[in-house]
Design a binder for this molecule. Sequence first.
Ligand code: ADP
Ligand code: MG
Length: 698
Amino acid sequence: MDTVSDYFGCMVFDDREMKANLSADIYQSLRKTIDEGAKLDPSVANAVAAAMKDWAVARGATHYTHWFQPLTGITAEKHDSFISPAPDGGVIMDFSGKELIKGEPDASSFPSGGLRATFEARGYTAWDPTSYAFIKGKTLCIPTAFCSYGGEALDKKTPLLRSMEALNRQAMRILKLFGNTDVKCVRTSVGPEQEYFLVPKELYEKRKDLIYTGRTLFGAKPPKGQEMDDHYFGVIKPRVAAYMADLNEELWKLGILAKTEHNEVAPAQHELAPIYTTTNVATDHNQLTMEIMQKVAAKHGLVCLLHEKPFAGVNGSGKHNNWSIATDTGVNLLSPGETPYENAQFLLFLCAVIKAVDDYQDLLRIAVATAGNDHRLGANEAPPAVVSIFLGDELMGILDAIENDTPYEGTKKTTMKLGVDVLPRFARDTTDRNRTSPFAFTGNKFEFRMLGSSNSIACANIMLNAAVAESLKIYADRLEGAEDFETALHDMIKKTIKDHKRILFNGNGYDAAWIKEATEVRGLCNYPTTPDCMPHLLDKKNVDMLTRHKVYSVSELESRCEIMLENYCKTVLIEASTMVDMARKEILPAVERYAADLAAGAAKKQAVVPEAGCCYEKGLIGRLSAMTDQIAIKTDELDGAILEAKGIEDSAEQSCFIRDEVLPKMSSLRAVADEAESVTAESYWPFPTYGDLLFGVR
Ligand code: ADP
Ligand code: MG
């Protein structure tokens, strides 16, 4: 293997391989299935399966798996080997169309939120031909959707595909109104920027908190943090560079378009961005990227932390979901066009997004809600928990002019009447950037920045696609019945701006004054935590919209709400228990040992020099002893709260108790323990410090 283009996608059964390995007829039918969702004939499926198997076996694969994304947020796979006994006592490698199309994993232990009664353990997986099969290790992985026998989605892919279909349906209606007849379908595309931390493996292994929870639960501030801003875009250290090179190679083999990489703001923090692709494929690729990041790290003696907030006091990790809508003919519908006519269409799609984000701001918040991301949203480096849109000054000026029928400075026309022939040309606006907005227009796409680094991007895109489909539906309903298209269009855009301008905000999203204005004056939602927002998933307007577009059924929504809350509770309770364990078994004994050694040292000193005061030792022992008392008390209190939380059956109620009782007790235990760390000799401290972890990779 030499150049990248020689091995790019070599582990993917992509279009090139399909063409090379399938007969022309079979290839055509398969393409029809991929592009237009046509049903696959069983004989075609058999031929595709056989070709896929031969291709995979030639590349060393011995097994296949239906690769799927259960509601745990990670991916799951169950491997079956290709072998099948041959009459002569040997084996043949076998793989049928049936096995390609449908699988039946024993799925009883995946969360279903009550969708699948436990006695009905079986769910089934169904091949998603729109995402290419690939080889990982010795296994052919077939991307699949995961459903219950009743047909309810038990995964994240199914609703994502449904949401893409919903948006496609409505966008096609709009395009038709604009006279577009050559477009066959409309798809959303995503380029997710992924942030992560790298820490030395041997240090990671000494910290139970990292091992059990992915984040540090204790840790005093190191003398140096990120205040110098010297890491951001800084020179990449050789060990990290070697990691990135290896990672890129692995991703490229899987056809993942890893493109840019750089250091992030915090020490030990980095970012990887791929070139954007269709949302469904981007979601699969992002899951794979996270997996491969961790795998490659291990090879380099590193651990890749994908938690949203692995370290207190330094930036957390997010994922920026760059999103846009494009036609199969290659037109980006969120890109201002060359002509006024194209711009009218652009403005309509822009307005659809504005309306969607305002009407369903709660759903966007819910889509990114996890225990981990709660530590990040609203912290001063991350977008606030309040959703708002940044458009940039030029677009804001144009919308303003349309709303008020006033002249727009960029044009000589006296008023901005949006007949399609009088709309001004305007340039792509890529220069002004706002890094503090949760939802920013960046010239030809929107960047949704509230996702946590470990989130699957599926959830955010499901909500975004569905909400925009709803705006487009309302627009299409009105425009299709309009007597005069141009007047109706103008009025509708004007109305959208008037009704939804409260969601537009170009200023500093981190500013406390903004949060006050957003909530008190503009009436925007502010849900700081998961227990605050999650129950709103089942608000009538949300259920109505999501079921209207067939993205979720009512029972699927109920199950998701349940699972997300359960997940929150389990996550925090594991963290709390880990703290209790570390405090009792590691921190207290260590501080005690140090205090005892200090006392023994002082006694020895006084034996030699009876008049020595030993003020230093006595003072410090006194402080340490007060702290160990406090640590012990707070540990017991936390333990008590854990026990009480576990006794609460209802998960909504349990999540509120955890938010109000468990999390504050965790913070207060941490505060004393961190203080103790800051006065305990380093050689006594039982696990690596923040300084070791953050500056340990050289
Ligand atoms: P920045 O860090 O300035 O936001 P990056 O170049 O790191 O910019 O990331 C931009 C991301 O947006 C890339 O993943 C890129 O592929 C993606 N992107 C560009 N155009 C589109 C588009 N039309 N639709 C979706 N994503 C896009
Ligand atoms: Mg970005």
